[in-house]
Design a protein around this ligand. Structure first.
Ligand code: C2E
Ligand code: MG
Ligand code: MG
Length: 596
């Protein structure tokens, strides 16, 4: 430290005192230094926060405040360098106060000379460094410089109390390098040590970027418990499977070869995960369970991660895999639309086609939307997916129009998540114009619960669409508790009675109160009514009696691939309409016609 340039910050509101201190320091020939002077409390706090100095010399009196206050506040902010306090005259009381506040030394202005000041500065710095060394030795691993067990446990305590306060989840992981002993035996301990350092560097590279650094007192951290055992603290996990993502990332980076002494070394790791609060509410349980999960990972053949809860392993894995493959499905064109016709309840004519998405999975075959729409919504995949639906349906609509089927609009289901997106109106109108169809060739289906979620935004969007000339259908109606006054404000063309109310008709037609209420409600609001899920002739007849306008369901047609619909449309054009045929059948002989 003899040849080092010592950076000194002098905090003193009196310029004469600054000049005096500067001159004394100039006399201290052996003390290579750089002196900076600041005269106000606030400026001083700012400068201390930058942690650029090796020592602070501060006046006891700083305008309204005292040097002691500054010292206390700076220490609370985590200042690193030592403080030397200057005062006009010495007294025991100030001395004690200064030491209590954490000052390294305390000097009386009139008594200072060069050797005294130099000694004080050197001592202060030296002592601070020793303190830091002691801290480092107590809390950090000397080989990898990672936090050690003691510091990890301390942070784990903090994480628990923070998570209890915020009612949040976090994860800890136990990570063990597979067959590390063999590396030590083969290459020697020196190489083993270097490998541990290299592993640590790789671990750092997998750290999640913290989104709100300022507010978080607890950050993600790695620690080395000893040997080849590491732990990870993931301070906040919103979804349990996020821990799996990090674990997989760690396994992936560790599986790349390490080059040490010109040899390539391959390693794998086993990881156990436990989640607060479900796998333990205290330090012991969390650690014990992460450890147990890690042993389970070893039993599973190593080179993998396991949650403590067995059920989570399968579901997290499935969900992650599904998310990845779903993303690819959109890119790889694995999505298909089927279309289900709607029929006029009296003429049997096709009045429209509902586009229903399916995922044509290369191995699993056709996957229905209930299996992937919720995940698509959660992950945002719904946006590109929805765009694809709009484009594909628009193009198909144009093809059928060209074939001469003019008045058969296609209705498209839009999820509530997409309805809250500003871009929706634009992407709808782009799909229409690119395909060369008109706004009244397409209808939008939105569920009743979706309009209840963010009424004002949805109302605005619906109004824009209505102004363009589009018609909207309120889907799954009867399940969403919308009030009449709301309903009146929305530009809605038709209500679609939810399937559950249609099926009530078969149980007891006289008691099918909701279906009947919806139909008369729609009448009063001058909207059309479509019944979905019509499966039996009995349901059809009652719906006719109640005054329902249109029907959709397996009784008439299941959702069908494009080619089948093309045939169906052509048949109807030639007077062989499927709807008419079924109506005649049922209305002709009043017996029950079961669904095939
Ligand atoms: P939804 O819009 O209410 O569609 C009607 C669902 O009922 C369809 O299921 C249809 O196949 C089924 N269905 C029709 N007739 C009958 C019947 O007689 N009996 C029975 N048991 N079921 C019948 P699907 O195709 O599995 O779609 C389920 C839901 O997935 C849809 O409900 C819709 O909310 C959603 N969905 C489908 N395609 C899309 C899409 O492109 N985008 C979005 N956001 N959601 C979609
Ligand atoms: Mg629908
Ligand atoms: Mg529906």
């Amino acid at each position: 430290m003899d040849n080092e340039l010592i950076k000194i910050l002098l905090i003193d509101d009196d310029e004469d005192d600054f000049v005096m201190t500067r001159d004394i320091l100039a006399e201290a020939e052996n003390l290579g230094h750089e002196l900076e002077w600041i005269s106000t409390y606030q400026e001083a706090l700012g400068s201390i926060a930058e942690n650029r100095h090796d020592v602070y010399i501060l006046d006891f009196r700083l305008g309204e405040k005292t040097g002691l206050e500054l010292l206390t506040e700076a220490a609370a902010n985590g200042s690193r360098a030592p403080f030397i306090l200057l005062t006009g005259q010495g007294d025991r009381e100030t001395d004690i106060q200064a030491m209590k506040a954490g000052a390294a030394d305390y000097l009386v202005k009139g008594d200072i000379n060069a050797p005294l000041l130099e000694r004080s500065i050197r001592y202060a710095i030296e002592r601070k460094r020793n303190e830091e060394d002691v801290f480092r030795m107590a809390y950090y691993d000397s080989l990898t410089r990672l936090p050690n067990r003691t510091l990890f446990l301390d942070r784990l305590f903090q994480a628990i109390s923070q998570a209890e306060r915020h009612e949040s989840m976090f994860a800890i992981m136990f990570l063990d390098i597979d067959n590390f002993k063999r590396i030590n035996d083969t290459f020697g301990h020196a190489v083993g040590d270097r490998l541990l350092i290299a592993i640590t560097e790789r671990l750092h590279s997998t750290m999640r970027k913290s989104d709100s650094v300022a507010r978080q007192t607890i950050k993600d951290m790695f620690a080395r418990l000893g040997g080849d055992e590491f732990t990870v603290l993931l301070h906040e996990v919103k979804h349990v499977e996020n821990a799996a993502k990090v674990a997989q990332r760690i396994i992936d980076v560790l599986s790349l070869p390490f080059t040490l002494e010109g040899t390539e070394i391959f390693i794998t790791a086993s990881i156990g995960i436990s989640i607060f609060p479900q796998d333990g509410r205290d330090v012991d349980d969390l650690l014990k369970n992460a450890d147990a999960a890690m042993y389970h990972a070893k039993e599973q053949g190593k080179n993998n991660y396991q949650y403590y809860r067995q059920a989570m392993n399968a579901s997290a894995f499935e969900k992650l895999t599904l998310e990845n493959t779903l993303r690819k499905a959109v890119e790889n064109d694995e999505l298909v639309l089927h279309y289900q016709p709607q029929f006029d309840i009296t003429t049997g004519k096709i009045t429209g086609l509902e586009a229903l998405i399916r995922w044509d999975h290369p191995e699993k075959g056709l996957i229905p939307p209930v299996k992937f729409i919720p995940l698509a919504e959660e992950t945002g995949i719904i946006f590109p997916m929805s765009e694809w639906v709009l484009k594909t349906a628009s193009r198909q609509c144009n093809i059928w129009k060209d074939a001469g089927h003019k008045d058969i609009p296609i209705s498209v289901n839009i999820s509530s998540r997409h309805f809250q997106h500003r871009n929706l109106v634009k992407s709808i109108s782009e799909s229409l114009s690119q395909a060369g169809i008109n706004p009244n060739d397409m209808m939008i289906e939105i569920t009743e619960s979706a309009i209840m979620q963010d009424t004002e935004t949805v109302l605005l969007t619906l109004s824009e669409l209505a102004d363009m000339g589009m018609r909207m259908i309120l889907d799954d109606f009867g399940t969403g508790y919308s009030s009449l006054s709301y309903l009146k404000r929305f530009p809605i063309h038709a209500l679609k009675i939810d399937r559950s109310f249609t099926s009530e008709i078969s149980a007891d037609p006289e008691e099918a109160l909701i279906a009947r209420a919806i139909i008369s409600l729609a009448r009063n609001l001058k909207m059309l009514v479509i019944a979905e899920g019509v499966e039996t002739g009995q349901q059809l007849r009652y719906l006719q009696d109640y005054g329902c306008n249109e029907i959709q369901g397996y009784l008439f047609s299941r959702p069908l691939p494009t080619d089948d619909i093309t045939e169906m449309l052509a048949a109807e054009k030639e007077g062989r309409g499927v709807g008419r045929k079924i109506l005649d059948n049922i209305m002709g002989n009043k017996t029950e016609t079961p669904v095939p």
